[in-house]
Each structure stands twice: as C-alpha cells, then as structure tokens.
Design a protein around this ligand. Structure first.
Ligand code: ADP
Ligand code: ASP
Ligand code: MG
Length: 404
C-alpha cells in the first residue's frame, strides 16, 4: 500500500475557503493512487483563543483539563476537511487521538507520541477512505487527553509517517519551504532546497517556527524524510533529510532568531561552591527553562555576577522565585525584557576556522553590542538588544553569503 501523510498547518486551514483549497490538494494525491492520511492543525488563531479562555477561568488552570480544552480546535478543522471531502464525493472520516488511539508519554501539554494503533485506520484506508487525523493530541496510559506542545501537529505527521511506513511525509504550510532565515522578516531570505536533520533541528530550536523542534528529533531518529511546501502555491519546497544525502559548500546554512527572551542579572552574589545550583533549583522545579548563562569570574573571590536568559513569559515568576530564594545572597537584580537571541547555524563551521570572528566583527561594524554568547558544535548564538534584531539578522545573512 502506497501511503502519503499530508499535514496542514493553521493558516492552511484558516478559513472555509482554505479548507476547500486543501481538500483539492488531498484529492490530487488520491488521484495519484495514494492512500492518504491527513493530519491537521486547528484553524489559525483557534488554539490561542482557547488558551486565552483557560487564563480567564484560572491563572492556574488544571493541566488535565487544559489539554482537553486546547486540543478542541483540531476537532473542528478535521471534521470540516472530512465534510468537504464527503461533499466532493470522496469517502473520508475524522479521527480524534483517543479514537485511534495515539498513545503519548510525559507531562500534560508537552507529551510525546509513543505509539499509534494502526488497525482501524489501515482497515479504513484499504476500504478506500481518506483518514483525517487530529494533530497535536493523543491520550496517556490513564486514558486522559494529552497535547504534545505548541506547533505539535508537525510531530503528529512525522509519527504517523513512521508508524504507517508512509512513502512520503509532506508538511503543507504558509511558506514554500525552509528559508535561510524567516522570509516574512528578511526579504532577501533564500529557499533551502535540502537541509540535514541536524541543521534543521538547530534552526527550529533557535527560533525558525516553520518546523517544531520535537518533530525533527522524531524524524531524525526514525529516518523520515520531510518535504516542506506551500498549500498556497504550487512548486518544490525543501527536503529535510540525513546529512549523507547533502552536498553543500555553505559554511552557514541559516540565521535563526527569537523575539521573546528576557535577561536577568544577579549582581554581587556571594560566591561559594553550589551557588549556581541553588539559583537554578527553584526554576527547574517550576518548569522554567533557562537558556543562556554567564557567570563572571569574581574579582575579589567573594562576590560574582551571574546573568541568564529565560522566555519573557516566565520573567515575573522567575524574578519572584529568585527574590524569595533564601539559599542565595545578592546585592541587586537587574531585569531586561527587551533582548533577542540571534544564531548562525551550519555544520560547515566545524571545519572552518574564523566563523566566530566573522560573526562578531560583522555585528561590531554595525555597532551592535553583544550581551551574552553561547556556542555548540554547529551554532553560535548571541544575545542582543531587541531594537537591533533586524539589523543583526540582515548583516549576518549577508556576511555568510546567504543572499546568493
Ligand atoms: P503552520 O501553521 O503551517 O504550522 P507556522 O506558522 O508554524 O506554520 O510556521 C510557518 C512560519 O514560520 C512562516 O510563516 C515563517 O514566518 C516562519 N519562519 C520562521 N523562520 C523560518 C524559516 N527559516 N523558513 C521558513 N519559515 C520560517
Ligand atoms: N493547534 C496547535 C497550536 O496552535 C498545534 C499546531 O498548530 O500544530 O499550537
Ligand atoms: Mg507550525
């Protein structure tokens, strides 16, 4: 059986008109003799509306009910797609996570798909039906509804492709592929034809929203090739695949950035072994992710300054936790919620000297101050003032020849 998994994101199914358009795309695969599994996101804005409602009910909305609520948008889009396919004379039905079931593991709202029961969907595909599976949701082993993180329908698609051994997994979105940087911010961004899992994972983790990072981890582990393309216009997109399949002479593959970072600096922290652990323990216990960290070498051996970044939405909670932490002594806290992280990504930097210098020099020439630096084998990230963000992305994009 030749199976294709087609994923449609929120904007792709954002209106009745769009749902009619994607139904035509789905039918084009049926006509090519594919057995089609569709997975869809909620109509754009729907999930945000549901999250807003949860906050209006309680600022501590219970996680089990939160997942029941925020997964509801996918039920609507999937039934509308199936309804349209039926209208056009095609056999189709929607499947919610619990009806399959899709089993997940982990905490509510950040679960991961573990297993998918194939029996009923296979039977349905064999009978000539188009299966439309609600993305983003599953159930856990207590039979409670779970969700798999914002943007999670990407991961639903990859796991469906894995379990059903699909020949193709196509992510339909509102851009026609993965670009060297966000094409909606930098007009000179160029489409990348083929990209490795490793580079895509870094780009996504560092802010390229086009693919959810977990979905790339799942694809890499299971060797699923991903085809990213536009549901708005025809044409080739981007293939995400293993590194071996790629020959490229670019040192840097792309520039990613985030807009919602905040920075906290603790001034005059009493320096002693274990102080950093004492600072971060309550943050970890409250599920606050710390990203970049720098600790200055203390000049007098007694006091040090420590800077770290978190998501802006966690800022006030983090500030409170630091202030009430009795295990640490410090003189002052400085917070800054107007910072952004810009990263350059590319496997080429492993073998090319001077990339760090070129990055810093390009930023310096534009008078952009670097606040914090962090590096890994295939990326360099800097924290800068948010007002310099667009200028920084543009200059790095140019410096590493991504415009050609
Ligand atoms: P969907 O609703 O289809 O899941 P998303 O909004 O999650 O779509 O992701 C698509 C968006 O990702 C694009 O509209 C684009 O602005 C943004 N984006 C950020 N970085 C990149 C990049 N490097 N390449 C392509 N798109 C990017
Ligand atoms: N609807 C969910 C969200 O907005 C999942 C998705 O779009 O992939 O995050
Ligand atoms: Mg998305």
């Amino acid at each position: 059986m030749k199976i294709v998994v087609l994923k449609f994101g929120g904007t792709s199914v954002g209106s009745i008109d769009r749902i009619k358009k994607v139904s035509k795309i789905i039918i084009s695969y049926v006509k090519k003799n594919y057995k089609v599994i569709v997975t869809s996101s909620a109509m754009s804005g729907a999930t945000n509306e549901l999250i807003k409602k949860s906050k209006e009910i309680s600022n501590n909305f219970i996680s089990e009910e939160y997942d029941v609520l925020v997964s509801a948008g996918e039920q609507i889009s999937c039934s509308l797609i199936s309804g349209r396919l039926n209208h056009l004379g095609y056999k189709s039905r929607s499947w919610l996570g619990w009806q399959i079931p899709i089993f997940t593991k982990g905490d509510h709202s950040s679960s991961r798909i573990q297993n998918i029961n194939k029996k009923n969907i296979l039977k349905y595909l064999k009978s000539g039906g188009i299966s439309v599976v609600a993305g983003f949701q599953g159930i856990n082993f207590n039979n409670r509804i779970t969700t798999i993180g914002r943007g999670g329908t990407d991961a639903s698609a990859i796991m469906l492709a894995r379990f059903f051994k699909a020949e193709k997994c196509i992510i339909y979105t509102d851009v026609d592929g993965v670009y060297t940087t966000d094409p909606n911010t930098i007009k000179k961004a160029k489409k990348i034809r083929v990209i490795s899992y490793e580079e895509m994972l870094e780009m996504a983790s560092l802010g390229a929203k086009v693919m959810q990072p977990h979905s790339i981890q799942d694809a890499r582990l299971n060797r699923i090739d991903i085809d990213v393309r536009s549901s708005f216009k025809k044409g080739e997109g981007t293939l995400i695949t293993k590194r071996k399949n790629i020959s490229s002479n670019k040192i840097i593959r792309g520039v990613s950035f985030t807009k919602n970072d905040a920075k906290i600096t603790l001034i005059g922290v009493k320096d002693r072994p274990g102080v950093a652990a004492s600072i971060f323990e309550p943050l970890y216990k409250n599920s606050i992710n710390v990203d970049m960290v720098v600790q200055n070498i203390s000049s007098n051996g007694k006091e040090t300054d420590l800077t770290f970044t978190i998501k802006s939405e966690d800022l006030s909670k983090t500030e409170k936790l630091v202030k009430k932490n009795k295990k640490i002594k410090l003189r002052r806290i400085i917070v800054d919620s107007r910072v952004s992280k810009v990263s350059i990504i590319g496997v080429g930097m492993i073998t090319t000297p001077g990339v760090t210098y070129r990055m810093f020099n390009a930023l310096a020439k534009k008078n952009i101050n670097i606040i914090v630096i962090s590096t890994s084998e295939i990326k360099i990230s800097v924290l800068i003032n948010r007002k310099d963000l667009k200028k920084a992305v543009s200059v790095l994009h140019k410096e590493f020849n991504l415009e050609n």
